[in-house]
Design a protein around this ligand. Structure first.
Ligand SMILES: *Cc1c(COP(=O)(O)O)cnc(C)c1O
Length: 360
């Protein structure tokens, strides 16, 4: 008699709910921190030609050397640092966790943070410690240092800027965490294009620092390409866990081509930053809305009057606008919602719909 899944699958996996991606067809999609702009037609035609002549009957270049050189150039990665590529940075988080997951080992982050840190700790059988942020979403350094001393985490993930709160933590405080950590600290700079700060320049100073980036929020979410930058001592080991052909040939070719025109993506990021300021100002002007500061391509806000976040979320959805409801995901996010900065037209649709809801 074969066993049923609940007899053989690990109980912690049975207890998980799958990462939920809501259907968004026909909606104004402001839920997933995507860049709303497409690439210029000329570049898209070049991409079409690359795809047409790609040798898809062959396995891709397992080392993706040419793409890595383009990344090194476009992202100003220091010569002395190595690069490891992942199928999105999600895969890199998983590779790191797999490497450090000895029995009893702890992965640490802050709360609220990117949910994949906790989920991947569970996937890989690691313990997880999430240290609550302060009510203004800054780092609680006393709690952080105490938790490091108590749990001795083998790896700490810090998103900089943080998701879902949008803020940059104090750089001095992050440095103190790196100095206090008994293991590695991964600074996840998924939103780097929208912030004017980075730990790239600190890699040489801290032997236990690794830096993660992704092309997803910059405009290539559909390609799935993330990267880890760090010293070869670490990356040589992590490379052993990377599945040999994790970056497909089409992703390699297209990412390299687009990186040669990186200025286009950076210009789009600048437009998004301008729109972010406009949108924050309009939201702040609304009665019953508290807006949190952001250095990312999204805005976290709290509804403070009458409406519950769930009602606002559903009301927006009924009006064709999809954002993210964070109420219930963490006590600090009571009645909070997160909206991605879209095109000026999309943002206007969102603001009009929200204003109408708040008046009812
Ligand atoms: C979106 C996001 C990622 C994942 O990005 P992918 O490269 O698309 O897998 C990683 N970290 C943070 C903080 C994010 O918000």
């Amino acid at each position: 008699m074969p066993s049923s899944p609940d007899q053989i699958i690990r109980p912690e996996i049975l207890a998980l709910s799958a990462y939920h991606v809501p259907p968004a067809s026909g909606m104004v999609k402001l839920d997933a921190m995507e860049n709303p702009y497409s690439l210029p037609l000329e570049l898209r035609e070049e991409i079409a030609q690359l795809a047409a002549s790609a040798p898809i009957n062959r396995y891709p270049d397992a080392s993706a050397a040419s793409l890595k050189a383009a990344l090194r150039e476009a992202l100003a990665i220091p010569d002395r640092m190595d690069i490891m590529l992942g199928n999105g940075s999600d895969e890199i988080i998983q590779i790191i966790a797999l490497a450090f997951a000895r029995p009893g080992a702890m992965l640490m982050s802050v709360e609220p943070a990117f949910v994949m840190f906790r989920m991947i700790a569970t996937f890989t059988g690691m313990g997880y410690a999430g240290v609550p942020l302060k009510a203004d979403f800054s780092l609680d350094m006393d709690a952080m240092l105490a938790a490091i001393a108590r749990h001795q985490p083998v790896v700490i993930f810090i998103a900089y800027p943080n998701n879902p709160t949008g803020n940059l933590f104090d750089a001095e405080a992050v440095s103190r965490i790196i100095e206090a950590a008994p293991g590695v600290v991964v600074v996840d700079e998924a939103y780097h294009a929208f912030a004017d700060a980075s730990f790239m320049g600190k890699l040489a100073q801290y032997p236990n620092l690794l830096l993660m980036r992704t092309l997803s929020k910059l405009g290539l979410a559909g390609l799935r390409l993330g990267l880890l930058v760090g010293r070869s001592e670490w990356l040589i080991q992590l490379e052993k866990l990377r599945l040999p052909y994790n970056i497909g040939i089409v992703t390699q070719l297209i990412a390299e081509k687009v990186l040669q025109h990186c200025d286009i993506l950076l210009q789009q990021a600048e437009s998004i930053k301008i729109e972010r300021a406009v949108m924050s100002e309009r939201l702040t002007a609304m009665d019953g809305v508290k807006v949190f500061p952001t250095d990312a391509n999204f805005i976290l806000f709290r509804v403070t009057q009458l409406n519950e976040a769930g009602e606002v979320f559903q009301g927006l959805k009924n009006r064709g606008v999809l954002i993210k409801n964070l109420d219930g995901s963490h006590p600090l996010l009571k009645n909070c919602l997160r909206v991605t900065v879209g095109t000026p037209g999309e943002n206007a649709q969102f603001l009009v719909a929200l204003q109408a809801l708040l008046k009812t």
